[in-house]
Structure formats: structure tokens, C-alpha cells
Design a protein around this ligand. Sequence first.
Ligand code: NAP
Length: 465
Amino acid sequence: MPELPLFTQLSYLVAAALFVLSLKWLSAPPTARRGVIAGEIGMALAIIGTLLLPEIENYRWIAITLLVGTIVGIPLAYLMPMTHVPQRTALSHSFGGLAVGLVGTAKYYLWTMEEPARLTHFTTGVICFEVLLGFLTFTGSLMAFGKLQELLPTRPVVYRGQNLVNLSLLAIAVVIAIYLTIYPLSSWLFPALIALALLFGILLILPIGGADMPTVIALLNSYAGLSASAMGFVLENKLLIIAGALDGSSGFILSIIMCRAMNRSFTNVLFGAFGQAVVTQTNSEERTVRSASPEEAADILLSASRVAIIPGYGMAVAQAQHKVRELFDQLTRRGIEVKFGIHPVAGRMPGHMNVLLAEADIPYDRLLEMEEINAELPHTDVALIIGANDVVNPAARNDHSSPIYGMPIIDADKARTVMVIKRSMNPGFAGIENPLYHMDKTLMLFGDAKSFLGEIVKAVAVQKS
Ligand code: NAP
């Protein structure tokens, strides 16, 4: 690799250290903000260090691309609400994959025409790996974006022999990559590699259902990182190799954690067509549902000693976290113990609930992970579910035919009384009915989470402590 100017070497060194620290700090809510800032400074240093490389002769195109990226990126960050972060992440991965694929293709053809000696077996092999992963991440992430944004059907699209077709395509692409590695100047085969990668990305995501999408996004993140790392080898850029490897491995670890949280195996997620969005046909209208008013809910909460609040996607949509904080304050002031049960896939992105509750200044020590809150729920007077549905669905525990059977849930049904704030009897993300709502101990609090909680807070406040 070429000798870099001292400033670039130093900036790369500091940037690499900041990337590692950023990941470390991002893993805990109290240090997460610091982690974001460290990552941003690291990336700025990496860009500045690269811009100062002496081989850059003309900044015009770089300035134009930076401008275009900024024009697209800023609205993407500010206009998309927090609840759309998964699709925004998928879109970012697709841009990353496209960039990596295009750089690899450009380098391959440039070297074929101008410096064929640079296309060694090793470099060509790495370019093939980069292009394969880059382009499949591009179309795969676009498909994930389409499904999460509901532009495409969220249910799995399956057909007979699907796995065989997918694996055969992948095998052909790998054979082409091996052939190109052995005979680097067979440029007539290169477009076939690109086409197969693009097609494989689409077919890979087709059979994946909505509920498994978080895991797949983490996996695509990992692919984008690995392809960027390969690009680092092609461009002889050590920082890109490090950053890509960090991205690739952290994405991979995250997908393993999420697979565990949802009790899925990798093979199941990739090839099993799980998470099928089936609206079960049980006649919910015929089964009884008890509902209550904000005042009745306030009375029940005030007569409790221990309350568990279980937030979900609906709290995020309603932006009800500050009302949750007000209720938390009112109840704790009256000596009622309030804890929060956080399911690892509640909401629409990993850590979604933690971020919102931290924003509302709920003390971290009150946020319990699923296993911890489950140990406490049988001794809890009231489980107050705020806009959560799939993550408290007992069908995951009891109903073998349920698409979410086997997914660990928060055992809200084990509390003495269950209250659920949601607007209707509509299902959640997985599209399945929730038997919890029909239990004798359950009271439905129908309404928007923010306004219903506001009413409960008012009703609690007027009661003497
Ligand atoms: P959920 O199962 O999607 O249910 C959310 C509930 O919130 C809905 O039933 C909805 O019922 C209610 N709701 C919506 N807007 C509301 C409002 N303004 N006020 C009150 N309630 C409202 O959510 P969850 O229990 O959090 O489960 C998360 C699901 O998303 C899982 O299936 C998970 O696999 C999936 N997922 C997770 C991630 C991740 O990384 N965390 C990413 C993608 C997908 P109404 O319409 O009746 O109000």
C-alpha cells in the first residue's frame, strides 16, 4: 500500500480509534450520545484525511458528489419520522451497496483498459467479492425498504423450489467470480456477475416476511460493511478496511442477537419465509372485550403497589413518551413502584423504546430487559401496555399454529390486571390477532396513546395523594 502523508495517517489512526469507541459507547444508553458524536468526528476526520491525499488532482467532481449527497441526505434525516428509521436505514444501505458496486466496476474496467497488470488474481477476486456483495445489498436493501414502507407486499412471497432457484443463482455467481479470479481479463463475464448479484438481492428478500425484517436489515448492514471492507483492499485504503470490518461484524452480531430475541435461526430467516403476515380469521367481534375509561384506569393504577409499563410501536407513533414520564412521576410520587419492560424488537428498530424513554428522561435503572421484567410480572398488580401488540402476544407461547410461535414475549398476561392502550382491535406488525385482549383480566383503553395517557394523568392528578 502507498505511503500516506503524515496528516492522513494520523487522521486515519484517530478515526479508527473513534469508530471502535463509538461502537463501545453506543452499546449503552447513558453513553450512546457520546458514541454518536465520536462516530461523527471519526467520519469527518476520515473524509478530511482522504481529501488531503496528494493523488487527488481535481476537486470538482468530489465537490459535486458531496453536494448531491448532502441534498439527498439532509431531508432523509430530518423529514423521515423516527418510526421510519428502519426503512431509512435500508435506503442508506442500498446507497452504500450501490456506491461500493459502482466503484468496484469502475476500477475493474479502468484497470482492464489502462493497467491490466494491476488485475492480479487477488485484486480481481476481491473486486468480484465487492461487486457481488455491493450489488446484492443494493437491490436487497431496496426490497427491504419497499416492504417496510409498504410499497411492496409485506407478506413473504414463496413458490415451489424457491431455495433451489436462489442457491443455484448464487452458485452460478460464485463460479463466475472464481473464473474471473483465475482469468482476470475475461471482462465479457463481468456484466453477468453484476446482473446475477442484482437479481439475487431481489430474490433473497422476496420470501422474508414483515416480522423478520429487523434481522434482515441487520444482515444487509453486515453485507454492506463487508463489501466496503473489500473495497478498502481494492482502493488500498486501510481505514476503509477497518471501518468496513467493524460495520460488517457489528451488523452480523446484531442479527445474531435479534435472531435470538425472536427465537429464529439464520437459515430460517434467510430461507424459511417466516413472519408471514396472516390475519387470522377468528371472529374477534364475537369474543368479549372489556374496555375502560381514563378515570377507571387511573383508579386501578392508584390502587396498585407495583406497575409494569410495556411500551411498543404505538407509543412511538403517538409520541407519547413525555406523557408516560408524567404518569411515571405521578405514580412514583405516590409510592407506587413503576418499572418498564423493554422487548428487544418492540417498535421498529433495535433500541427504539430505550431511545424514546431516554428522551423523556425516564431513569435507566427503571428499564428492565424482557427476562428481568418477566421474572417480576407474576408479582405485579398492573401491566400497562402502551401501543405494544406482537411483543405481548401469548400466542407466541401457546399457539403452535401462530406465525410468531416461539418468539420470546413479555408475559404481560401474568400480571394481576392488564390494561392495553391502543386505538382499535387491529393487529400489530405481524398481522395476527392477540388473545390477550380477550382475557377476563384485560381492560382495553381505546384511544391514541398520547391523548389517552394525558387523560389518565389528569385523572390521577386530581386524586389526593
Ligand atoms: P406492533 O405489534 O406493531 O403493535 C403496535 C400497536 O400499536 C398496534 O396494534 C396499533 O394498534 C397500536 N398503535 C398504533 N398507533 C397507535 C397510537 N397512535 N396510539 C395507540 N396505539 C397505537 O408493535 P410491537 O408490539 O412494538 O411489536 C413490534 C413488531 O414490529 C414486531 O412484530 C417486530 O418483529 C416488528 N419489527 C420490529 C423492528 C425492530 O427492530 N424493533 C423492526 C421492524 C419490525 P391500533 O392500530 O389499534 O392502535
